[in-house]
Structure formats: structure tokens, C-alpha cells
Ligand binder design. Structure first.
Ligand code: C2E
Ligand code: CA
Ligand code: CA
Length: 558
């Protein structure tokens, strides 16, 4: 039997409220075969029973004229209580005038006295109980339990109905996302995360009401708003962010808002939601923008991205990905000494030309394709180490990049060891760069995996240090062999200003952790000397060389 049928089979309870004993008996007789029947002889007694059995009573049959508390008064009392007001009430009456008033108070139907048509009474009670229960089931799936907003499928259905209305106003579809919500959950706890979502939902509900629209929570921290067109999206954003920030603790919190302006009836509604969401996603790593409107340029970029994803398989098979190498120099001595190289991938696309990793790496990280590309680069880099060893007699370590996704493969270490073995290189020659933000996103797993990789003999460099959210505490726990300072530190250096002090601080951290410090993005002589002065160990940057292909790299051996 289906759950539905099972639920339908369980007996419901009906409360009969009637002061005349004969009438109570009569109604009890009519209903008893189908329902459990409770009886009360006036409003006071009824209220008592209702309160002790709340949640169990499916229907109340209520007389109007009774001593102590009459039916009208009881209806009043029920309507004041959220839980009690949900129990459907059928009035027992012979008084036409009273009918109207009870309707206003929320009664759903009437049964006229005398009770001479038992089948009709029973059928009416049955129909109403079923109707009310069905409505409740729908309401439950319609709404997200946490925020009370619509769920996505119902939201879309209602949007469609709103759009179908003739000559409706122009409307916008807006996606709202909490930036770094997972991190917020981890740092402040899930209860606080829920509070943020509920508060944001309140803001969305408020805006929706004012602009004759509706809102929904689509999943996790993604919300949609469908409302009358506005020209001032920033104002909507400001209201939402102000509300969330009123919770305190969250001065850095950012929302992202993607807008599809003027929804078009000819296009499927789903398409508009997707467009608003991809606008929202497009500013994920852009900290200067929180609001963006979907436009042709964004559409073009989407098509371009789809093309890259579609072409990836063929590109791997045909060797379109080319690994470039950028030297890192040890700057301790009088003259800089070649220390290692970083492998950086490029895509030479037969039709689109040279594509830099910034255009496809984040894309492949999003959908998981990155793991296959990384694997390819690791193989190439290992083979290159072998080749240089054979031809130049040098042992130059090469670092490769690992993405967050790589850590979800339980065979990661096995694969890396296989690559080292197959190419006959030593394990500390294939250095692994792991970006700082990957650490902060899944601390426990990262800690375990990195520890094991190091135990196996791999050297780990923490990449982009200073761009993530690591606490000093976490740094002390992290097993690493070198810190790579994020490029933005060098960018911010202006002689002896605060930027300079920052680099000094970061280098002090590296010294405290007893690991070498690699500074990236050193572009000119002035920066080079500054770095030397603050005690930086290794430098990677255009000052020495841009990333170049393997052939050009050989010049550095000579
Ligand atoms: P990254 O790992 O932080 O790599 C350093 C980036 O800084 C490289 O950009 C490099 O060309 C650039 N760079 C180096 N020196 C300078 C400088 O003096 N000035 C400036 N302005 N830039 C400099 P690239 O090659 O475009 O790579 C960008 C990012 O793409 C890398 O950042 C890395 O996160 C990712 N990436 C590249 N190859 C791979 C790969 O094979 N796998 C994975 N997972 N990620 C990769
Ligand atoms: Ca790197
Ligand atoms: Ca880096």
C-alpha cells in the first residue's frame, strides 16, 4: 500500500460541539463508523478538548447557540491561535444571518438542522477533511522549511502564471547568492549560517511584496526574486546586505546578485533563472562587483565557455595543451641561482588560438574536468624532468599545481607515485603546489592527505599564500615545505609603506614556520632588491622570465 493510501486509511477524529444531547447522539451515530468522535456541550468544554487534543482533531462540527460560550465566541478564540485556526470548522445552524458572520470568521461550510440527511452530512465532512489535508501537503512541498520561501519548482510555476496574465508589467528575474557561504558556515557554525539565510529570506520577501513579486530559495544559499522591473538594482542589493549585516559579525560578508532584466515571455522561465544565476556566478571571484546584469557580452562568454568545455576531450587527445615553465631563482648568494621551475599549462586551440589558463582553469575547476587536465600536466612535467636530466645532466625540481578537486580522489597518492616511478625521477623532484584556499575549504581532509603525501616523500608548497583565510593556528598545523606569497603583496609594495611591512610580516611567518619563502610576481629590479632586503629566499616572476615552453627554458641551463 502506498504511504498516501496508508495515511488515508488511519481514522480521523471529529469533535462535535452541541448543547442538545439528542443532537450530539444523532451526529455521533452518523459519524461513528468512519471517525473517532469526541463531544462537548459548550464552547468552554470544547476549547478544553481542543487544547488537549491539538494536532489530532481533523474537523469540528460547531453549534452556534450554546450556554457559557457560544459558537461565534469559540470561532473567535480559534482564529486567534495559529495552530487551532487550521482545524476546519463546519457550522451547525438554522439561522441564515449567523451564517455570514461565521463564514467571515473562517468556518468552511454549514450543515442545516434538523439532521435528516445522514449521507450528505457524512459526505460533506469527508470531502472537507480530505481537501484541507491535501492543501496542507501542497503547502509543505511548496515552501522551504527553513525560510518559508517557495521552493524552486513552485516558484517557477507561479512565475509562469504571473507572466501569463495579459499585458502584465515588465518584470525582472534576480538571483542572489551568499558569497563563500560554506566558509561562513565553517567559521561561525551552522546555526548562524541558518540565521543568515533566514534573515536574507526576510529581506527578499519584503522586496518581493513591495514590487508585486515572489521569492524562492532554490538550494543552499541561492535565492531567486521575480518582481516588477526596477532601474535601481543597487538599491535592492543595499537593502538585502544591510539586513544581513545587521546580524553583526559579518562586516566582510558579500552577496552576489545576478539580474535578468525584463523577462521575455517567449523564452522558458528556466532559461531566465539560469541566465540570472550565471550572471551571479560570473562575479564569483570579482571582489569589486556585487551586482551584475546579464547582457550580450555575458552571453558571448557563456557560449565561449561552453565551447571550451566541449572541446576539452579532443584537446587532450590531440595534445593542444602545452606545458610552459617559469623559473624560480634562489636569491641568497651574490648571483641568483636557478632553484626550480613551475609547470603552467596553456591551450593552443586550433581555431581560438592561444588561451591562457585564467580562461579555462576556473571553468574546469567548477565542473571537475580539471582533474584530467592536471593529470596530463603532471605526466608532461615528470617526463620533462627526466628529459632534462638525460640531456643536460641536471636535476631540476618542477612544481605542478593541484586543485581542490584532486583531493577528492582517494587514489591521488598512488597516481602521483606511479608518475614518478614511470619516469624514473626521484620523488622530491616533482613538487606539489596546493593553493591556500583549498586548505581552508576542507581542512581535515586536506590535512590528512597532505600529511600522507609528505610522508611518502613529496614536497608541498603552499600557493597563493595570503589570498585565503588561513588562521595562524591552521598554518602551524599544516605540513608544508615552502610558502609561496601571493602576487598581490608585491603589487602593493611602495617602498617603505604599509605594503612593504606586510611582506616583511609574511616572511617572518615563513621563518617562524621554518620553511623557505617564495615570492611570486616580481617584475622589476626595484622589486627584486626590495625582496632581497626583506630576506625572501626564492623569487619567481617576469624579472627573471615569463613562463616559456620547454625549448626556450633550456636557455636557463646554459
Ligand atoms: P599560479 O599557480 O599562482 O601561477 C602563477 C601565475 O602568475 C602564472 O599565471 C604566471 O604566469 C603568473 N606570473 C608569474 N610571474 C609573474 C609576474 O611577474 N607578473 C605577473 N603579472 N604575473 C606573473 P598563469 O600561467 O596565467 O596561470 C594562472 C593560474 O592558473 C595559476 O596561478 C594556477 O592557479 C592556474 N594554473 C596554471 N596551470 C595549471 C595547471 O596545470 N593546473 C592547475 N590546477 N592550475 C593551473
Ligand atoms: Ca602555482
Ligand atoms: Ca601562485
Amino acid at each position: 500500500m502506498s504511504t498516501d493510501a496508508l495515511i488515508r486509511r488511519t481514522r480521523r477524529t471529529v469533535l462535535v460541539v452541541e448543547d442538545e444531547a439528542v443532537n450530539r447522539e444523532l451526529l455521533g451515530f452518523i459519524l461513528r463508523d468512519t471517525y473517532d468522535v469526541l463531544c462537548a456541550s459548550d464552547g468552554v468544554e470544547a476549547l478544553d478538548i481542543i487544547r488537549t487534543h491539538v494536532g489530532r482533531i481533523s474537523m469540528i462540527l460547531l453549534d452556534i447557540n450554546m450556554p457559557r460560550m457560544d459558537g461565534i465566541e469559540l470561532l473567535h478564540r480559534l482564529s486567534e491561535d495559529e495552530a487551532l485556526s487550521r482545524i476546519p470548522v463546519i457550522m451547525l445552524t438554522s439561522d441564515k444571518d449567523a451564517e455570514l458572520e461565521t463564514l467571515r470568521l473562517g468556518a468552511v461550510d454549514f450543515i442545516a438542522k434538523p439532521y435528516d440527511m445522514p449521507e450528505i452530512i457524512l459526505a460533506r465532512v469527508k470531502r472537507i477533511i480530505e481537501f484541507v489535508e491535501d492543501r496542507q501537503i501542497i503547502r509543505d512541498v511548496e515552501h522551504d522549511p527553513l525560510t518559508g520561501l517557495y521552493t524552486r519548482s513552485f516558484f517557477q510555476e507561479y512565475c509562469r502564471r504571473l507572466l501569463a496574465a495579459q499585458d502584465g508589467p515588465r518584470r525582472d528575474m534576480i538571483a542572489v547568492d551568499v558569497d563563500h557561504f560554506r566558509l561562513l558556515n565553517e567559521m561561525h557554525g551552522k546555526a548562524f549560517g541558518d540565521e543568515v539565510l533566514m534573515t536574507l529570506a526576510e529581506g527578499i520577501r519584503e522586496v518581493a511584496q513591495e514590487r508585486f513579486g515572489i521569492g524562492c530559495r532554490s538550494d543552499a544559499d541561492l535565492f531567486f526574486l521575480f518582481m516588477d522591473h526596477t532601474d535601481d538594482y543597487q538599491a535592492v542589493y543595499d537593502r538585502l546586505i544591510r539586513r544581513v549585516q545587521s546580524l553583526g559579525r559579518l562586516n566582510n560578508l558579500r552577496l552576489r546578485m545576478g539580474v535578468y532584466s525584463n523577462v521575455e515571455e517567449e523564452r522558458p522561465l528556466e532559461w531566465h533563472c539560469d541566465a540570472a544565476k550565471s550572471a551571479c556566478d560570473s562575479i564569483r571571484n570579482n571582489y569589486t562587483r556585487s551586482v551584475i546584469v546579464y547582457d550580450d557580452a555575458l552571453h558571448e562568454r557563456e557560449l565561449y565557455n561552453e565551447r571550451l568545455i566541449a572541446d576539452m576531450d579532443a584537446a587532450l587527445a590531440e595534445g593542444q595543451f602545452v606545458v610552459y615553465y617559469q623559473p624560480k631563482y634562489d636569491i641568497h648568494g651574490d648571483a641568483p641561482r636557478l632553484y626550480s621551475a613551475e609547470a603552467l599549462v596553456r591551450w593552443i586551440h586550433p581555431e581560438l588560438g592561444f588561451i591562457s589558463p585564467g580562461a579555462f582553469i576556473p571553468l574546469f575547476e567548477e565542473n571537475g574536468l580539471i582533474t584530467r587536465l592536471d593529470d596530463y600536466v603532471w605526466h608532461k612535467a615528470a617526463a620533462q624532468i627526466r628529459d632534462w636530466k638525460d640531456r643536460f645532466g641536471v636535476s631540476l625540481p618542477v612544481s605542478v599545481n593541484l586543485s581542490r578537486m584532486d583531493f577528492y580522489d582517494s587514489r591521488l597518492q598512488e597516481r602521483l607515485l606511479g608518475i614518478v616511478r614511470d619516469n624514473g625521477i626521484s620523488i622530491d623532484e616533482l613538487v606539489l603546489e596546493v593553493t591556500e584556499s583549498a586548505y581552508s575549504q576542507n581542512m581535515d581532509r586536506m590535512l590528512a592527505t597532505v600529511t600522507e603525501l609528505r610522508r611518502a616523500g613529496f614536497k608541498i608548497e603552499m600557493d597563493d599564500f595570503g589570498s585565503g583565510y588561513s588562521s595562524l593556528n591552521m598554518l602551524c598545523l599544516m605540513p608544508i615545505d615552502a610558502l609561496k606569497i601571493d602576487m598581490k603583496f608585491v603589487r602593493n609594495i611602495v617602498n617603505a609603506g604599509a605594503g612593504y611591512r606586510m611582506v616583511e610580516l609574511v616572511i617572518e611567518i615563513a621563518k617562524a614556520l621554518k620553511v623557505p619563502c617564495i615570492v611570486e610576481g616580481v617584475e622589476d629590479e626595484a622589486q627584486y632588491h626590495l625582496m632581497k632586503r626583506v630576506g625572501c629566499d626564492v623569487i619567481q616572476g617576469y624579472y627573471f622570465s615569463q613562463p616559456v615552453d620547454a625549448d626556450h627554458f633550456e636557455a636557463f641551463f646554459k
